[in-house]
Design a protein around this ligand. Structure first.
Ligand code: SAM
Length: 222
């Protein structure tokens, strides 16, 4: 099977099972005005995140990497009007685009975008005693994945669910000597998960409109 087949299958399931309303479509299109055009998750993946949130009964979500807020809209809708999403984004340009998308989607009141280095923003949340989060989506700069997991463990409750995106990287993940810092960031966080007795995890490889990649799903048992 080729990339073209994968795209067609994504399009088929998206057309069959997913309603991407105007706000989501606009959010996706607006990634062209960010610093990383088209780096958002696909509709199938966005809905997967939303459903995982709902299956976990999450009302408080923490996201590393906002971009245009496409995944943020899915997450904010999943937690409902009484829920809250805190999303961490380095670039003011992206945050500005995301704010417009959250407004359009009608969820701006339940989302805080913290602009700046995600490591620093997360540390500030820890220092100010933020209420614990139930669900975390890690999708920012990949070399920082170990730092983001560490921060997440200080910001979540036992039972929380965490998802890390882009963990397969066209298969490059299996090369221990990869010079790619993103691959090394993922390998390091996988080792940290494996060595933590309070984390249970599995990885789902994915193919689709974004090529060959994958999600690591983690449950914090304690
Ligand atoms: N989660 C988004 C979605 O699916 O719609 C996509 C996020 S995109 C893959 C990664 C984002 O992380 C970019 O917006 C980038 O600016 C941001 N980012 C990169 N380094 C960062 C850092 N050190 N702190 C916070 N955000 C960062």
């Amino acid at each position: 099977a080729s990339d073209e087949n994968w795209r067609e299958v994504d399009a088929y399931f998206e057309a069959s099972l997913i309603t991407e309303d105007d706000a989501l479509a606009a959010a996706r299109a607006s990634s062209a005005h960010t610093t990383m055009p088209s780096a958002d998750v696909t509709a199938n993946q966005g809905k997967l995140l939303a459903m995982l949130c709902q299956l976990a009964g999450a009302t408080r979500v923490l996201e590393f990497g906002t971009l245009a807020g496409y995944s943020t809209v899915w997450l904010a809708r999943a937690v409902g009007p009484g829920g809250h999403v805190t999303t961490l984004e380095l670039e003011e340009q992206n945050a500005k685009v995301a704010r417009q998308n959250l407004e359009r989607a009608g969820v701006a009141d339940r989302v805080d975008i913290l602009v700046g280095s995600a490591a620093e923003s997360a540390q500030r949340l820890i220092d100010t005693g933020a209420d614990p989060y139930d669900f975390v989506f890690i999708d920012a700069d990949k070399p920082s994945n170990p730092a983001y997991l560490r921060a997440s463990l200080e910001l979540t409750r036992p039972g929380a669910v965490l998802v890390i995106d882009n963990v397969v990287r066209q298969g490059a993940i299996t090369d221990p000597n990869s010079p790619d810092k993103r691959v090394q960031g993922v390998r390091a966080v996988v080792a940290d998960i494996a060595n933590n007795p309070h984390l249970d995890a599995t990885t789902l490889q994915t193919v689709g409109a974004k090529g060959w990649d994958g999600f690591t799903l983690i449950r914090r048992t304690n």
